[in-house]
Ligand binder design. Sequence first.
Ligand SMILES: Cc1cc2nc3c(=O)[nH]c(=O)nc-3n(C[C@H](O)[C@H](O)[C@H](O)COP(=O)(O)OP(=O)(O)OC[C@H]3O[C@@H](n4cnc5c(N)ncnc54)[C@H](O)[C@@H]3O)c2cc1C
Length: 471
Amino acid sequence: MADVTEHELIVVGGGPGGYAAAFLAADKGMTATLVDEADRLGGTCLRIGCIPSKALLHTAKLITDARDSARFGVQFGEPKIDVAGVRKHWLKVVETLSGGLATLAKKRNVKVIKARARFADGQTLELSDGSRHRFKHCILATGSVPARPGPLKLESPRVMTSTEALQLEGVPGSLVVVGGGYIGLELGYVYAALGCPVTVVEMTPGLLPGVDRDLVKPLHDRLNGLFKRISLNTQVTKLEEDRKGIRVHLEGAEVEEASPVFDRVLVAVGRRPNSQGLGLENTRVQIDGKGFVQVNEQRRTAEEKIFAIGDVAGEPMLAHKATYEGKVAVEAILGEPAVMDNRAVPAVVFTDPEIAWAGLTETEAKKAGREVEVTRYPWAASGRAESLGRTEGLTKLIVEPETEQVLGVGIVGVDAGEMIGEAMLAIEMGASARDLSLTMHAHPTLSETILGAAEVLHGTATDLYRPKKKR
Ligand SMILES: Cc1cc2nc3c(=O)[nH]c(=O)nc-3n(C[C@H](O)[C@H](O)[C@H](O)COP(=O)(O)OP(=O)(O)OC[C@H]3O[C@@H](n4cnc5c(N)ncnc54)[C@H](O)[C@@H]3O)c2cc1C
């Protein structure tokens, strides 16, 4: 049997949860080792998720903005798309950032091992290189993988998950995106901008299930112009290889053609936690019915020495939530009084327009029967939005009726993702709508719509006549 190496902290998984945890541990004086089976650091987010998709979305927005430019008095010809060049841009971005992470790990003396890890017991990891490692503490940050439910399981180079879709092998003759969630819409937007006819099939009655409908509508309207078709209330029951592509069998009240053929299929129906094959059965770590590792408010599992963070430890599966949890876990290991006491987790859909929200949504408040006041500021009243020709946006606040404390913020419009930072600060600091309306915002900016929404609550919005509602 191989010798056992002793460690103070081993982090399994080098994504935004894992590397943030290892780096903080090192900054605080611990000796940290990071194990990842991938060639480079960064995890799903950097290698095959957030960053490549945003690099592609930037290219896509350049194309759609250029197509839209005639109304601003500037005309460009039809874009000549060099797919290899588009791919090269995102690969370069990933290379730069992952190189940066490797340098940061080195500077902090975080040892990085490229191997697959598996628990032999509650204090020992076996790596695929045959080495054995005993730890005082371990943070599990193995992330998630794309879900492929039964009817969508066809093995074919024409059937892609987000991982293959990001590789951008070419512009398909046609693409069906199965799933109207954020990953499907972002990648669908990219392919449509590149000139591919895109169809989106969504099982529920609306795109982006769970998101407030008034935020989704402006995006849905714009995507209607960009996509060939959006089929709601429609289920894919089977995928079949066909001479000309993939035959997609559809079921649902709105189905016009029961089994159309597409050149390519993108399956984007969610992700599942990566908790299998880790030897967790050799530990006391508990897993729930969906495969998420069970953790407490410090992200400690039922096995005292093992913590779990990020996608593998529960929803929402977002990079910044993984990073935050990684920091809490490290502080907990060091005996600091850290817990997950954040009031909100921001979420952004990086389409055009973007949708961003933080804290309580109107949908959640309704579902919980919670009384809230909702105040809306349409971007038609924003000078900045008007000058950009993008007045379809909306900013809304969800406030506690008595204290006017801001409980949630929802925004749809260009750059909504950049604006949600202010909303997060307001929620975390327990700010009231009055605090927001008393905070001077630069003019003309889209962020003024946050101030405006707060003023609407009091019937005093300068650029909008909305007399105060009588309670
Ligand atoms: C297309 C796409 C777009 C996305 N866009 C966004 C976005 O815009 N914003 C956002 O917040 N989130 C986005 N996400 C989600 C985001 O990528 C994840 O929430 C985030 O990466 C989770 O971080 P993590 O640290 O938990 O795990 P991951 O980033 O998944 O990293 C896990 C790492 O663990 C390694 N690993 C797994 N098992 C083992 C093992 N047994 N041994 C060794 N190593 C192992 C893997 O190689 C991987 O590197 C996107 C995801 C996708 C797919």
